[in-house]
Design a protein around this ligand. Structure first.
Ligand SMILES: *Cc1c(COP(=O)(O)O)cnc(C)c1O
Length: 438
């Protein structure tokens, strides 16, 4: 399989190059030259298969012979040693809990796979890859724990001092081994500026091979299709539901794009609901065909506060820039903070189920879609992207009650924090990176 840039002016590359580069030289995002298709018979054979077997079948189509099957299979078992439970709320509404990985958010699915592919390709090239990331929280922790202990890789992550939650800071600073945390005396924009400067610093790039691990990397996107495929087959196998709706809490739209991939591959997936908070650039585009991104607004579902989503370029490409064709598969629904809070309360009342704000946005969007489209009987999967404990303050304040923390988290909170405090001047980052090999 070869990979193209959405901007079409870079030469097509191998998965290895696309993975190690991240962004194409023309500034576009890599996409597979064609979306692999599963025949009806192949899908039938996968019904009842376990998560990792489905993941392997999909990965193999995207990877071809670039990774030997035995190694790919081991890699997948090593990535996904946790479940994606489907919790049934009522007869036809399911929550797919994607927060059972080490950092308690769905970003573990993409980051762990990316880390292993990066390690494999780096070993093939006999190189040491340095992953440099600026983070405001969840991406950094998934990357830290994803790359932890992966040979031929190391991670340097920058986070703004005092501007991440105590739990996030714990996750960012305790991975150890090949993961280095830099606590920057500045804000997230400072961290991002410093990282950008490092990528274009010729002196640094002579001695280090730098790469980023942000959500535009194709090897983070492919694995996100696994849980769409798995849920769609489970619903069929266990409950006899075909083509369920999927409601996807969206920020950079990587998750939703992975849903489009799974649907195109031929898995029994129905309509997709792109659930956003008030950062609704894509929702407005799907309705009007006009794309005018606006400055980011801060909301209760902070991980989805994105004014100009990076994966929109891929979505657009897949629908040939045609919003009418896109709206055949996707409906965008924007949810306010007030509705999000009301949803957290009503789901707690009705089902005794604790929902964090991002999942609540998707649940609320599903309810609104069912009301508009008058299809209350159709089965639906709501993707739950984070464990409630990650957004404890927001939930406790909304429900007006205290919530118990699960035990493994208490263990995490006891681990010793290890971070290097630096100023927001680029030269401090450069000298830290130069010292790494000394
Ligand atoms: C990153 C994130 C999202 C948004 O996912 P995208 O793929 O960027 O659309 C939603 N919820 C949580 C908890 C996240 O961390």
């Amino acid at each position: 399989m070869i990979y193209f840039s959405t901007n079409k002016s870079s030469i097509p590359v191998s998965l290895k190059k696309a993975t190690l580069e991240g962004l194409a030289p023309d500034g576009g995002l890599y996409i597979p030259s064609e979306i692999p298709r599963f025949s009806t018979e192949e899908i039938k054979l996968l019904e009842g298969a376990c998560f990792n077997n489905i993941a392997f079948a999909i990965a193999k189509k995207f990877i071809g012979s670039d990774i030997p099957p035995d190694q790919l299979s081991d890699m997948i078992d090593n990535c996904y040693n946790f479940d994606a439970p489907l919790v049934q709320l009522d007869s036809n509404t399911f929550i797919e809990e994607l927060f059972c990985g080490p950092t308690l958010a769905f970003k573990d699915y993409g980051a762990r796979f990316l880390a292993r592919l990066t390690g494999f390709f780096a070993a093939e090239e006999q190189k040491l890859i340095t992953v440099l990331v600026a983070t405001s929280g969840d991406t950094g922790s998934a990357v830290a724990y994803g790359f932890q202990g992966i040979a031929n890789t190391r991670v340097v992550l920058l986070y703004p001092s005092g501007k991440v939650s105590p739990l996030q800071e714990q996750q960012l600073t305790t991975a150890g081994s090949n993961v280095y945390a830099l606590e920057v005396k500045g804000d997230f924009d400072d961290c991002q500026r410093m990282v950008k400067e490092a990528f274009v610093d010729p002196g640094l790039n002579r001695s280090l091979i730098l790469t980023s691990a942000n959500s535009i990397n194709i090897s983070r996107l492919i694995p996100q299709s696994f849980y769409f495929a798995w849920a769609s087959l489970q619903l069929k196998e266990q409950y006899g539901y075909s083509n369920p709706l999927f409601s996807v809490p969206s920020g950079n739209y990587g998750n939703l794009t992975a849903g489009v991939l799974a649907k195109r591959m031929g898995f029994p997936i129905g309509h997709l609901i792109a659930a956003s908070n008030t950062n609704d650039s894509v929702t407005r585009y799907v309705k009007s065909g006009r794309y005018d991104p606006r400055p980011t607004i801060t909301t209760l579902s902070t991980a989805m506060d994105v004014g100009n989503p990076s994966n929109f370029a891929r979505l657009r490409y897949f629908y040939h820039n045609d919003h009418v064709s896109m709206s055949g598969d996707i409906t965008g629904i924007a949810v306010s903070d007030e509705e999000t809070r009301a949803t957290i309360r009503s789901v707690d009342d009705q089902f005794g189920y604790l929902m964090e704000p991002h999942t609540a946005v998707a649940y609320c969007a599903l309810e609104r879609y069912r009301a508009i489209a008058d299809i209350a009987e159709k089965a639906a999967v709501v993707l739950s992207t984070a464990h409630p404990v990650k957004f404890l303050e927001a939930i406790e304040e909304t429900l007006n009650k205290k919530i118990q923390i699960p035990l493994n988290l208490q263990e995490l909170m006891k681990k010793k924090k290890s971070a290097t405090l630096i100023s927001s001047e680029y030269k401090e980052l450069a000298s830290f990176l130069n010292e790494l090999d000394k």
